[in-house]
Write a protein that binds this ligand. Structure first.
Ligand SMILES: C[S@@+](CC[C@H](N)C(=O)[O-])C[C@H]1O[C@@H](n2cnc3c(N)ncnc32)[C@H](O)[C@@H]1O
Length: 185
């Protein structure tokens, strides 16, 4: 939606520094995936996408912010930025050996994510949980926060390889995070 694009573009324009360090969960588990195509859902400025492109994956980095994607275009021949709204974007079926969904939540995509994996393909999903106490996540809109065990239940049709819910120190504050790694049989 146009509103999301403007809001995120504004954030990215005003942000001076971008971490180039891929998420720990991506570094740790990407080796489980057979080499092939990756979709990075809501890729942002592409730190995870670029890391995977360098590992030899063919990466499609989807995000609504053309400003964010602009920072990664031309960085690697294996990296293909796609500027699209994930509220309406159709993820192709049986195409990806690895799917990343990091720090983003759109529940509409859950069934498409499962269908988009090839057999043996890996899903790495990590995002914010509704917390307790006076932490930062609590003030975020509930629509963008997972409930306890929600991620685990959403992907039970896949083989769960790793799941945890933790309290992390994220940016300035404490945040509750759910992390899942799963394989399609
Ligand atoms: C918190 S950032 C996470 C970026 C990246 N995954 C990471 O871990 O660094 C969330 C991203 O979701 C994107 N986004 C928000 N709403 C979107 C939508 N409707 N369609 C596509 N991307 C969207 C934003 O532009 C932003 O880059």
């Amino acid at each position: 939606m146009q509103e999301d694009r403007s809001r995120w573009n504004e954030k990215y324009v005003n942000k001076e520094k971008y971490s180039a360090e891929p998420a720990k969960i991506v570094k740790k588990f990407c080796t489980l995936a057979p080499k092939g195509r990756v979709i990075d859902i809501a890729a942002g400025t592409g730190k995870n996408a670029l890391f995977l492109a360098k590992q030899g994956f063919m990466v499609e980095a989807v995000d609504i912010s053309d400003v964010a994607l602009g920072r990664l275009s031309g960085h690697h021949p294996n990296l293909h930025p796609i500027c699209a709204d994930l509220d309406t974007f159709d993820i192709p079926r049986e195409r990806y050996s690895l799917i990343l969904n990091i720090r983003f939540l759109n529940r509409r995509l859950f069934p498409y994510i499962q269908e988009a994996l090839v057999p043996g393909g890996i899903l790495i999903f990590e995002t914010y949980l509704e917390g307790d106490g006076e932490d930062y996540c609590r003030s975020a809109c509930r629509d963008y926060l997972l409930r306890n065990n929600e991620l685990l239940h959403a992907f039970l049709s896949l083989r769960i390889l790793f799941y945890q819910e933790t309290k992390n120190h994220d940016q300035k504050d404490f945040c509750h995070i759910a992390s899942l790694v799963a394989m399609k049989d």
